[in-house]
Design a protein around this ligand. Structure first.
Ligand SMILES: Cc1ncc(COP(=O)(O)O)c(C=O)c1O
Length: 383
């Protein structure tokens, strides 16, 4: 499915994504590779497949492989796998931990992950420790003392925008033979490559910025060294248990991904402007955005992220617990919907969904709309 490309192609993420790594329709020369809807494929009289690698739809499909190829290159990995959702990708990694094993999980991350891991560990007799992994010394200490099989971090975290020092965590994991998995959804492969900082596996909810159009669910894992035993287990299980992305979804994902670097650039620029605006607003108590020099981990953010700080931020409003509800209710351009990373800006009063979160916290995902219009919307809502 490869187009004839120049030798040194593609050198940059912009080209890799825009040209879907050079893929075309080999039959027609169409510049967009086609959806293959068949779940099964005809064999010849000797029962051999008539086209290489095409037997049954649950094995894989061409667009799934193409999506994996693009994202694996973007993450500087050796191999990558797409899943039907981010949670399916996370669950696939966690399931490799043996009964009686140990997982060290970052606290205050995406609630769906925390909930699933807690229940999974209980079911499977796995010891779970939750820790604020943004405190580097405490995190490394816990890796040493607790001796987990697997360490799972999310950086920047959702909804608190805390960063984890991946390199420090990776060194501690290496010393203690633990696997380090990084949920890098909020950063995207454009702004951060956790494998370059020593992570073993990087995970994405590709439902978010990677797709970017809020019209597909997908998850992704890439590995630094495809020879590690758990990768084989994850691959075999994904294949045999059939947790893969269909051709339609993979097509939508690849179509969305073509503009990923552009979108991330624009969203990060707008988010930075909005963060500055919110930081100056008298109704706002605190802005949580790693791109603000006032963020306690700004230095680490600059080291670990390149070309921007992403589209996700949270802020705490002054006033009682009903104030955030009032502000969210007045927003017009920001849609009140869960999720992040799409072209349209979204707002979430996280406390309404996750009771443990501070009721004054408002999380926003900045889209690609005009930043001044988004600021005007926030201005009127905060009045
Ligand atoms: C940081 C993070 N990781 C993982 C997920 C789960 O992804 P999905 O909804 O694709 O299953 C989400 C979803 O919101 C998320 O925000």
């Amino acid at each position: 499915m490869k187009a004839p490309h120049g030798k040194n192609h593609p050198a940059t993420l912009a080209t890799l994504f825009a040209q879907a790594d050079g893929a075309i329709d080999p039959q027609t020369g169409g510049v967009v590779p086609p959806i293959q809807p068949s779940s099964t494929f005809v064999r010849d009289e000797d029962y051999q497949p008539i086209s290489d690698g095409h037997l049954y739809g649950r094995d894989d499909n061409d667009l799934l492989r193409l999506g994996e190829q693009i994202l694996t290159k973007a993450e500087h990995g050796e191999d990558g796998l797409l899943f039907p959702s981010g949670m399916a990708a996370t669950a696939a990694v966690m399931r490799t931990v043996r009964t009686g094993g140990k997982i060290l999980l970052q606290s205050g991350i995406y609630w769906g992950t925390t909930k699933w891991v807690r229940e999974f560990c209980q079911r499977r007799d796995i010891e779970l420790q939750e820790i604020d992994s943004s405190i580097t010394d405490a995190h490394c200490d816990a890796i040493e003392k607790f001796a987990p099989d697997l360490v799972f971090i999310e950086t920047p975290s959702n909804p608190w925008l805390k960063l984890v020092d991946i390199q420090a965590a990776s060194q501690a994991c290496q010393k203690n033979s633990a696997i380090l998995v990084v949920d890098s959804t909020a950063a995207t492969p454009v702004l951060s490559n956790p494998l370059d900082h020593g992570a073993d596996i990087v995970m994405h909810s590709a439902t978010k910025a990677i797709n970017g159009h809020s019209d597909v669910l997908a998850g992704f894992l890439a590995v630094k060294d495809a020879g590690i035993p758990i990768w084989d287990a994850i691959k075999t299980d994904r294949h045999d248990a059939g947790a893969l992305l269909g051709s339609f979804e993979a097509w939508l994902l690849i179509r969305g991904m073509r503009t990923l670097p552009l979108r991330v650039e624009r969203m990060s620029e707008s988010a930075a402007k909005i963060a500055e605006f919110l930081a100056q607003n008298g109704e706002v108590k605190e802005v949580l955005y790693p791109g603000l020099p006032t963020h306690s981990q700004f230095k680490l953010a600059k080291e670990q992220m390149k070309g921007g700080f992403g589209s996700l931020m949270s802020f705490l409003v002054k006033g009682d617990s009903s104030r955030s509800l009032e502000v969210c209710g007045k927003l017009e351009l920001f849609k009140r919907a869960t999720s992040l990373g799409g072209v349209e800006s979204l707002v979430e009063r996280r406390h309404s969904i996750e009771e443990a979160v501070d009721p004054n916290l408002i999380r926003i995902s900045v889209g690609i709309e005009n930043a001044d219009e988004l600021i005007a919307d926030l201005t009127q809502a905060l009045k």
